[in-house]
Ligand binder design. Structure first.
Ligand code: CP
Ligand code: NVA
Length: 301
């Protein structure tokens, strides 16, 4: 594994090893025995969009492992591809640092960075996918429910970046995923056929109640992703009936409630459900740090 751009690019054993290492580093951290395996290593952290969890967890993970995370936003380095070509920026990064993580609008930007940088590139969210989130989520589900194989995750809402990475993760780890979305917001056919390549994994539905039947996990994400702010009004109308609320979770009363955050309470999830007994949203947020450490140790170590 040279880069980490999409879960579907990785083998099951690579992903399993990352989860195992995440859990090991989490335990070492608790026992104050974390070893500084990235001593002298530098990670460029390029952000085209806002971030709380991803930015903090990567920067802290680098510091924890003895390295340096260097936060770079468009005001510092210019908008990628506008001030100078992405392939030039990639090669300059490659001369200075040992790895790049980037949060971009276009997924193609990551692909171009990876093609030219000569150092590992990590997808810290693009419009196509959010693999680090989905892997931290797999760690969280495993901690709460044990073996992943055979579990059912119901995703209610937008078939966007987070849903796509979860579909690939469910496919790799032997889970089943139902996705209930309004018409026009489901996952694209290519993603579904890739996720269903080796076995039937993803089922697309338009009824949230049907989707959550028998689910051990109910997951949602914002209806208005970063970059879609101008569509806010129409999206809020289109997603009516797709809220994760008390009425819906009655149909799977013990399902763990998950959200990648940031949450828009009153839109895709109610405050009551986000704060409920089975909500694990802050475990997910914490596990971003543990997964990030494992990923950096693996790619930069
Ligand atoms: N879940 C997630 O990626 O959060 P941030 O956008 O705050 O990084
Ligand atoms: N789908 C959301 C995820 C945020 C972590 C977005 O792209 O804004």
């Amino acid at each position: 594994m040279k880069h980490f751009l999409c879960i579907n690019d990785c083998t099951v054993s690579e992903l399993e090893a990352l989860l195992t290492l995440s859990a090991e580093l989490k335990a070492q951290d608790k026992n104050h025995t974390l070893v500084k395996t990235l001593d002298g290593k530098v990670l460029a952290m390029v952000f085209e969009k806002a971030s709380l969890r991803t930015r903090m967890s990567f920067q802290i993970a680098m510091a924890d492992l003895g390295g340096l995370g260097m936060y770079l936003k468009p005001e510092d380095i210019g908008i990628m591809g506008q001030r100078e070509p992405i392939k030039d920026m990639a090669r300059v990064f490659g001369r200075y640092v040992h790895g790049i993580m980037a949060r971009t609008f276009a997924h193609q930007t990551l692909i171009e960075l990876a093609e030219y940088a000569g150092v590992p590139v990590i997808n810290a969210l693009s419009d196509w996918s959010h693999p680090c989130q989905a892997m931290a989520d797999m760690l969280t589900i495993r901690e709460h429910l044990g073996d992943l194989a055979g579990l059912k995750l119901a995703f209610i809402g937008d078939g966007n970046n987070v849903a796509r990475s979860l579909a690939f993760a469910c496919s790799k780890f032997g889970m089943h995923m139902t996705l209930a979305s309004p018409s026009g917001y489901t996952l694209d056919a290519d993603t579904v056929s890739l996720a269903n390549e080796s076995r039937d994994c993803v089922t697309l539905l338009d009824d949230p109640v049907e989707a959550v039947q028998g689910a051990q996990v109910i997951y949602t994400d914002t209806w208005i992703s970063m970059g879609q702010e101008e569509e806010a009004r129409s999206r809020i109308q289109d997603f009516e009936g797709f809220q994760v609320n008390a009425d819906l979770i009655r149909h799977a009363p013990e399902a763990r409630i998950m959200h990648c955050l940031p949450a828009h309470r009153g839109h895709e999830i109610t405050d009551e459900v986000a704060e409920s007994k089975y909500s694990v949203i802050f475990d997910q947020a914490e596990n971003r740090l543990h997964f990030q450490r494992a990923l950096l140790a693996r790619l930069l170590g």
